[in-house]
Design a protein around this ligand. Structure first.
Ligand code: ADP
Ligand code: MG
Length: 708
């Protein structure tokens, strides 16, 4: 018996015209399992991913001179008559085939060739059209491994401008092109997949249909066709942005509909904590806290982003918001991405909470056995009003007595799902997401949608600027001397070594080797901390640096987030050119927290590219995290800025945020308008937009149409 599909259910399945695009690449003609696998790794698991794999270059094969006029090094398409085959005498020599046209002779040259194959492709006496790079060898023209060999009647197929695609090792360009052609052949007809975009917009921008835009993007005829500013690429980027904005808006609307609770505290506890803190809040802190409290007091669930540079005072704001929840008799939790950071939040919050008699529980992965059970019990009974921890907070075994506010210090390390999981630990939990990576406004919008956001754009008073200098690595000895002088006067030094090629092992070696070399000079005043140390080892290393005899700490990027050591006044960053600007900014934020002048030395390789030089220059010129983020975006593009891959945030395939920012605003407004008019996407246009969501695999948002 077949199950009946209700019309409602039908709204939640992928539209049929898209089926062929969501098959595996192995279903394409001429693509066997081995190449299918390479295609999946290169572009993605579905045929549609090949459509998004756009060319990055082109080869013009229209130049078709007589052999005698083919210049050395030029790509030519030549019509030749095959003369004789000269198989090699030994394996090191090439297989040579002599050819000619009316103007002269040409040799086709093949290494490690199979004679039977060549005889079939290039039988003596036949006329063939060959295309490839012509080289003159002792004056005689030859072409090694032509890119194309076709019969005369097929010459038009190759005598054109050919797109060049990013490749994977082991994947022949021809195979990739065949696969992409196959994918293009599966574009649904416009009748079956009607356009979802606004006709007025299409007209204003001079855009073709989606199908035509996809085809055009794969058919560049001049270098200008490869730019993100072409009509075809803008159209595709817009579609991706519209899908993104629509999905975010759907999630957001569903969330807003969920009932929150009114959390209006009496200010008793937060006033006490502030008094214990001993400093007045900065204006930016006051403003942000006001915005947060207004959200908490409203009956909807809060979902707010608190953005603030390193050291801008987010933790204090978070604590005061958490105490507002506690004042109503509920609990509040703070989740940090790493153990170190969780401990550091505890170091700030613990004493202030103690001063007003509020209990804090700590839940991290490191706590086991009885300690963990005891902490969980205090959370479950409500004895601990404040809870600080890592991912361990949203594990199944953790029950809250009455969680009302969850603060997530995420640094882009938590995915949307984890965020939601913590939100589900209580009824109508308000969410505050903190990030220390200043994000350009455009990216805030693409990654968080219409999330309400507060910015701490002002630092607590008394901060000295950090003086930043760039130094070529061949002056390492001078740097070591300068560092020694600082250590002699009681200052502490961070020495950061980069991740080498994403390899944990190599990463370790670099830091290890540097620590060993520096130990030879400074003895046991040198410490080492890296990502593969156990939690307790890390704590011990940090502690020796903060309070003990270690004055120079060699570190991998584990210190990027959080750590606070007021006596640290110098930061040396090796191979600074390999870091992103946002990361350099984060690292630099670790120093200059005390009252002494602070220095950041960016050690870089000799012979930097102009782009690398420009990036380091930005670091020298400003300490404003928001400005640095905007520059980073301009210089590197959006994917890199957030490290979308590691964060689990959706990566864009067709959007180049530096070039398409104007489209983002249009897409956001359009998504809003569409949902105002048709909140459940039920209209005809709504159905088209659902297809768009499926096309860009944002269909997870569709379930929010029901969940509301
Ligand atoms: P973030 O979490 O944004 O990096 P923190 O909240 O850890 O910043 O604050 C950084 C440092 O500044 C801490 O030592 C904190 O005690 C201090 N601080 C925060 N707000 C103020 C303020 N209004 N006045 C003085 N010091 C402050
Ligand atoms: Mg902090």
């Amino acid at each position: 018996m077949s199950r009946k599909v209700s019309p409602k259910d039908r709204q939640h399945v992928r539209p049929e015209p898209l089926y062929p695009l969501f098959a595996e690449p192995a279903t394409l003609t001429g693509i066997g399992p081995r190449y299918a696998k390479l295609l999946s790794t290169l572009a993605g698991p579905h045929v549609v991913d090949l459509l998004w794999h756009l060319p990055t270059g082109l080869i013009d094969r229209r130049h078709a001179p007589p052999i005698a006029e083919a210049a050395n090094g030029q790509i030519c398409t030549l019509t030749v008559t095959v003369d004789a085959h000269q198989p090699p005498a030994n394996r090191r020599q090439p297989y040579r085939i002599t050819c000619h046209d009316a103007s002269g002779g040409l040799d086709l040259v093949f290494f490690h060739a199979r004679g039977d194959y060549l005889t079939r492709m290039l039988p003596p006496g036949a006329t063939r059209v060959v295309s490839g790079r012509v080289e003159r060898y002792h004056g005689h023209p030859q072409m090694a491994h032509p890119d194309h060999i076709v019969k005369l009647e097929d010459a038009d197929e190759i005598r054109r401008v050919e797109a060049v695609y990013p490749l994977a090792t082991g994947l022949p360009p021809k195979t990739l092109k065949r696969a992409i052609q196959g994918a293009l052949g599966r574009l649904p007809a416009t009748e079956n997949l009607p356009d979802w975009s606004d006709p007025a917009l299409r007209q204003r921008e001079g855009w073709a249909t989606w199908q035509e835009a996809v085809r055009a993007a794969h058919q560049p005829t001049a270098a200008a066709d490869l730019l993100p500013t072409t009509a075809a690429r803008r159209r595709l980027a817009y579609d991706e942005l519209l899908a993104n904005q629509l999905a975010l808006a759907l999630v957001r609307r569903a969330q807003k509909k969920r009932r929150g609770r009114v959390l209006a505290g009496d200010g008793r506890l937060s006033a006490g904590a502030l008094a214990a803190f001993g400093f007045p809040l900065t204006q930016a802190q006051e403003r942000s806290l006001g915005e947060i409290r207004a959200d908490m007091a409203a009956p909807q669930r809060m979902l707010r982003l608190l953005q603030g540079d390193v050291g801008s005072g987010k933790t204090v704001v978070a604590l005061l918001a958490m105490l507002t929840a506690v004042e109503t008799g509920a609990q509040a939790a703070l989740m940090a991405p790493t153990e170190i950071l969780a401990r550091q939040h505890l170091a700030t919050i613990g004493p202030l909470a103690a001063a007003i008699g509020i209990e804090v529980a700590v839940l991290t992965g490191r706590d086991k056995g009885q300690a963990r059970a005891a902490a969980r019990a205090r959370v479950a009974s409500g004895a601990a009003a404040l809870v600080i921890g890592t991912h361990a907070l949203f594990q199944d075994g953790v029950k809250f007595h009455d969680l009302a506010l969850a603060v997530i210090d995420e640094q882009h390390r938590f995915g949307v799902h984890q965020r939601m999981a913590l939100g589900d630990k209580g009824a109508g939990v308000d969410l505050l997401v903190m990030t220390a990576t200043p994000i350009p406004r455009s990216l805030t919008m693409t990654y968080y949608g219409d999330l309400d956001s507060s910015r701490l754009d002002q630092k607590p008073p008394g901060r000295k600027p950090v003086k930043t200098t760039t130094v070529a690595i061949d002056r390492l000895e001078d740097v070591i001397v300068a560092v020694g002088r600082k250590m002699a006067s009681g200052e502490k030094i961070f020495w950061v070594c980069p991740l080498v090629e994403d390899s944990e092992t190599l990463d370790l070696t670099a830091a290890d080797a540097r620590a060993a070399a520096l130990t030879e000079i400074f003895g046991d005043r040198v410490g080492l901390i890296h990502g593969r140390m156990k939690g307790a080892e890390k704590d011990a290393a940090m502690d020796a640096f903060r309070n003990g005899g270690v004055d120079l700490l060699v570190a991998t990027t584990v210190i990027e987030v959080g750590v606070d050591v007021p006596a640290a006044t110098v930061m040396v960053i090796e191979h600074a050119e390999r870091f992103g600007l946002a990361q350099l900014h984060q690292l630099r934020g670790r120093i200059g927290r005390g009252d002494r002048a602070a220095f950041c030395l960016l050690l870089h390789a000799n012979g930097l590219s102009q782009a690398a030089r420009a990036r380091l220059q930005v670091m020298r010129d400003t300490e404003d995290g928001f400005k640095i983020a905007e520059e980073d975006l301009r210089l590197r593009g959006s994917g890199e800025v957030l490290g979308a891959k590691q964060s689990g945030l959706p990566a864009f395939r067709l959007v180049d945020m530096a070039a398409h920012e104007d489209l983002l605003v249009i897409a956001r407004d359009e998504a809003r308008l569409l949902l105002d008019r048709d909140p459940e996407l039920k209209s005809d246009r709504g159905a088209r937009l659902r297809a768009l969501l499926y096309l860009f695999e944002r269909e997870a948002a569709i379930r929010f149409l029901r969940a509301g």
